[in-house]
Design a protein around this ligand. Structure first.
Ligand SMILES: [Zn+2]
Length: 308
């Protein structure tokens, strides 16, 4: 049985692409069970011909329902309210709201806390791979498990998961335009920047990433007084190898690369009630407004914060 919820999101994608001439639906690839992964390209034609792009994805971990709900609400606001039109003038956008669709169906069919993909594992009776340990960046390093039954199983080889492989192709094809990549997770109320795979590797634009995340988290706090903590991933949450954000920064050279962890801090966890979708979206959107402004600031050159 296929639950209806993924179909509602497919329908929303179709409605938006139909209703806005400057929004185009595209297919990133398919899941291991053959479900199409769609995205929306938002390019309103205002400004320069080769605008930079902000890329947003959600639900690589399928139990993190709030990530799809909140990002969809946010893009709806951006498309329908004139006060946000400058966000569409300043950047083009790619929005991929639902990556791990097989797993998402699984969470609607009785296994609400499923996290991984649903690919078969040749050497084990356990199913699935942690899509956020499968990227080809320090793959198999600390904070990723070689054991197929573990929640953080990194898979048999890098990009073994079609969801990750197809996303990697898409990002690589567009890497010269993508200035900002935001991979949205829940929960813990964090904004993380590279690197996640160890405690010693520091992004060459560490100060820029720090300053942007500080401003974003302050803007998020101002809406409903929810504290979001920011910092390098490995220091702020834990060491984890093979994550989207690190791969985007190191392999695809996308300068501004973040992992969001949305609400809450554990009271409801992955089972966040639906009445928090819009408040969480209001925070996310307020932060995004600031991020769009901050990302356009020139980066101080010749300063490498990891040097003594
Ligand atoms: Zn996650």
């Amino acid at each position: 049985m296929t639950s209806c919820l993924p179909n509602f999101i497919y329908q929303w994608i179709d409605f938006v692409a139909r209703d806005y001439s400057f929004v185009t639906k595209f297919q990133v690839g398919v899941t291991s069970q053959g479900r199409p992964i769609y995205g929306l390209s938002i390019a309103n034609g205002v400004g320069t011909a080769q605008k930079k792009v902000i890329y947003v994805d959600a639900l690589i971990h399928c139990r993190e329902w709030i990530t799809t709900a909140t990002t969809i609400w946010t893009f709806k606001e951006m498309l329908t309210k004139s006060e946000y039109s400058s966000m569409l003038d300043d950047y083009d956008w790619y929005f991929i709201p639902m990556i791990n669709i097989d797993g998402y169906v699984h969470t609607w069919n009785g296994n609400r806390l499923w996290r991984k993909t649903l690919s078969a594992t040749a050497t084990s009776s356990c199913t699935g791979v942690d899509g956020n340990r499968n990227w080809d960046v320090n793959w198999g390093g600390d904070g990723a498990s070689p054991r197929p039954c573990d929640l953080t199983y990194h898979g048999p080889f890098p990009h073994s998961e079609p969801e990750v492989r197809h996303l990697s192709y898409f990002i690589m094809e567009n890497k010269d335009q993508i200035q900002v990549l935001l991979s949205v997770h829940s929960y813990s109320q964090l904004l993380l920047y590279p690197y996640n795979y160890d405690l010693i590797t520091i992004a060459d634009n560490d100060v820029q990433l720090h300053n942007i995340s500080k401003a974003v988290c302050e803007a998020m706090y101002a809406v409903h007084q929810k504290t979001y903590t920011y910092g390098r991933g490995a220091e702020t949450i834990y060491v984890a190898s093979g994550v989207t954000m690190d791969w985007a920064h190191e392999a695809a050279n996308i300068p501004i690369s973040y992992t969001y962890e949305l609400r809450d801090t554990g009271e409801y966890g992955f089972l966040l009630p639906a009445d928090q979708i819009i408040p969480n979206g209001e925070e996310f959107l307020a932060g995004l407004v600031v991020l769009v402004q901050e990302a356009q600031n020139p980066v101080a050159s010749g300063y490498r914060p990891n040097e003594a």
